[in-house]
Design a binder for this molecule. Structure first.
Ligand code: NAP
Length: 489
């Protein structure tokens, strides 16, 4: 069975794909854009290519649905979110197969991502019922002061290709729980799983106009419409810092509210007192999950002199055993890079490092003349002037940097415009607290290589973003605070 047949079979199991997309507000257009499988290059689908005028109509629909949706009780909104959660769980195999087809990640990772997406929906189905206001002791006896929380309104959302299901859930679920309506554009390389999730949402019972999906190949045009249309009150974006800057500028004319999850350049620090086997496990997870294509991927691995050789040996040994290939083959731990640009970037990072004196301990080359597979790679003798030490690689390349002085490594770790995630391994309690507090990042993993959870606030500081997704804080990003002052009592 070809992958295209597999995809069609899985989609048929849920509902006809056309119906799913149409149910989510996708309109037919004469122009279409292709979606390919990055493992094989196979054409998976040709989707309607919506234009700015179609986006404006979707915004109108979202605006028309806004009052009714916000007017439901919290319990009514929560019940529909629960039904959506259950449908995602029921269709996990289909959704994971679609995700692996269009994005390439191993099927087991795709299933884990769908579970993670479902967990966000469940979390916000629960949180929908806990949107509390506040009473404030008044300065005089004839007044009462209160704060109520109300939905922001229509939300324009844009998501990336690296987690095409969980990024959608992480935005939509809190927005819907808060009482907002949504217009969402997924990445053009991975729109199919978003279409399937929107279709399931309509089956769950979200009313017409509450959720609107945009299929489009011109992200710039969609972004401009979302940012300039006065009916859109908030922009929620996950993607590169470069596009984030652009959207921030475009939103500034109307002072729209924004939530941005942007790029990272995560340090991963192993101190002399670390449990080395645990640090190797953590580094494998933090570096090679999703083939290194995550915003929280360990990008710079700093190892203290006393354990540098031991860590490098054990880590390279584990990396050599990671198998790369088609995500549908169960032994493969790493899929393809998303496209040829990603491949060219990782090759350029390796070339630059080698020219400047680094040593390739394993990997270092693309696999096969065709396709976008790259060997899991470990490079040692890395110094700060190399591109890999400064830029987000977004691929399966692990640079190891030796350090002596614990104070100096913190300065180096913080010496970046980014501030999303950082990791470190240490056992001395005093060091653990000092390092955790000194790292200028929105999230710090201490003796763990994985920290994302629907229960915790995910997000960055500096040029890695604004706002948080997940936890009760993620809901606040979709709520306005209104102060009521009642006088004459
Ligand atoms: P990207 O190029 O910024 O694209 C992300 C989304 O923005 C896609 O839907 C894209 O559409 C759209 N887009 C592109 N140009 C646009 C424009 N001018 N106006 C409006 N929208 C536009 O990022 P990417 O390469 O797909 O994703 C990788 C980046 O995302 C990395 O930097 C990574 O660190 C970051 N990321 C951050 C988080 C986080 O939570 N902080 C999570 C995941 C990823 P098209 O697909 O049509 O180009």
């Amino acid at each position: 069975m070809t992958l295209t047949q597999a995809l069609k079979k899985h989609i048929k199991n849920t509902k006809r794909f056309g119906d799913l997309a149409a149910a989510a507000g996708v309109v037919e257009t004469a122009r279409r854009f292709p979606v390919h499988n990055p493992s094989t290059g196979e054409l998976l689908a040709e989707l309607p290519d919506m234009q700015a005028s179609d986006v404006a109509l979707a915004i109108d629909r979202a605006d028309a649905a806004r009052e009714r949706w916000a007017g439901l009780t919290a319990r009514e909104r929560s019940d529909i979110l629960w039904r959506w959660h259950q449908l995602i769980v029921d269709h996990i195999d289909d959704l994971a197969a679609i995700l692996t087809c269009e994005m390439g990640k191993p099927l087991a990772e795709a299933k884990s991502e769908i579970s993670h997406a479902a967990a966000y929906v469940r979390w916000y189905a629960e949180e929908a019922n806990r949107i509390y206001g506040e009473t404030i002791p008044a300065p005089s006896t004839d007044r009462r002061l209160l704060v109520i929380k109300q939905p922001v309104g229509v939300v324009g959302a844009i998501t990336p290709w690296n987690f095409p299901a969980s990024m959608v859930a992480r935005k939509i679920a809190p927005a819907l729980a808060a009482g907002c309506t949504i217009v969402l554009k997924p990445a053009q390389q991975t729109p199919l799983v978003a279409g399937a999730m929107f279709g399931l949402a309509r089956m769950a019972g979200f009313p017409e106009g509450v959720l609107n999906l945009i299929y489009a190949s011109d992200g710039d045009a969609v972004g401009k419409e979302l940012c300039s249309n006065p009916k859109v009150r908030k922009i929620s974006f996950t993607g590169s810092t470069e596009v984030g800057r652009l959207l921030m500028r475009q939103s500034s004319d109307q002072i729209k509210r924004i939530s941005f999850e942007l790029g990272g350049n995560a340090p991963f620090i192993v101190f002399d007192d670390a449990d080395i086997d645990a640090a190797v496990d953590g580094a494998i997870q933090a570096k090679f999950r999703n083939g290194g294509q995550t915003c929280v991927s360990a990008n710079r691995i700093y190892v203290q002199a006393g354990v540098y050789h031991l860590f490098s040996e054990r880590f390279a040994e584990r990396v050599r055993r990671l198998q790369v290939g088609d995500g549908f083959k169960p032994d493969n731990a790493i899929g393809p890079l998303i496209d040829s640009h990603a491949l060219a970037k990782i090759e350029a990072h390796v070339d630059d490092a080698v020219k400047k004196g680094a040593t390739v301990r394993c990997g270092g080359r693309r696999i096969g003349a065709k396709g976008t597979f790259f060997e899991p790679t470990v490079i040692t003798n890395v110094v700060g002037s190399m591109r890999i030490a400064q830029e987000e690689t977004f691929g399966p390349l692990a640079p190891i940097i030796r350090f002596e002085d614990p104070e100096q490594v913190i300065r180096k770790a913080n010496d970046t415009i980014y501030g999303l995630a950082a990791y470190f391994y240490a056992s001395n309690l005093k060091r653990v607290w000092r390092v955790a507090e000194a790292l200028e990042y929105g999230m710090v993993g201490i003796n763990t290589g994985r920290m994302s959870s629907e229960a915790a606030p995910f997000g960055g500081i500096k040029q890695s973003g604004i706002g948080r997704e997940g936890s009760r804080h993620g809901l606040e990003d979709y709520l306005e605070m209104k102060y009521l002052c009642m006088g004459g009592l």
